[in-house]
Design a protein around this ligand. Structure first.
Ligand code: NI
Length: 132
């Protein structure tokens, strides 16, 4: 991929620079994975990523990951959680929560569901943290 990223980025500062919620921004590529930051508030939507695991790292705040078939997981600052491929999940942030995500470049952030909040990859690559 030809897009270039800074070799150094402060994840928390990059996330704090975001104003849109549920609109991930790519800050780096590591092999076939993107590292993204996002600002979350409220809930996204129930979805699954058929063939990709999705890593959440909480930079600031609290995030609840709801599951259909098992207990929800409550994450706090510093926590990391991997949502397994194919598993229905629904992220809920009661208050503003800043996160980093690591996921394959092919991952759609709303998985198998297309909603108003679904952002294209191009939109995720265009933002304040992208190196011009
Ligand atoms: Ni997801």
């Amino acid at each position: 991929m030809s897009t270039s990223f800074p070799s150094f980025v402060n994840l928390l500062a990059a996330a704090e620079a975001l104003t849109d919620t549920w609109s991930p921004r790519v800050v780096a590529q590591v092999n076939d994975q993107f590292v993204k930051v996002a600002r979350l508030h409220g809930q996204l939507t129930w979805h699954a990523h058929e063939s990709e695991d999705e890593m959440f790292l909480i930079l600031k705040g609290n995030l609840r990951i709801e599951y259909r078939d098992m207990a929800a997981i409550e994450l706090v600052t510093g926590d990391m959680h991997v949502v397994s491929r194919g598993v229905q999940h629904n992220p809920v942030a009661k208050d503003v929560c800043l996160i980093a995500l690591v996921e394959p470049v092919t991952t759609l952030h709303t998985g198998d569901v297309i909603i108003d909040r679904t952002r294209t990859l191009e939109q995720q690559l265009t933002g304040p943290v992208r190196k011009k």
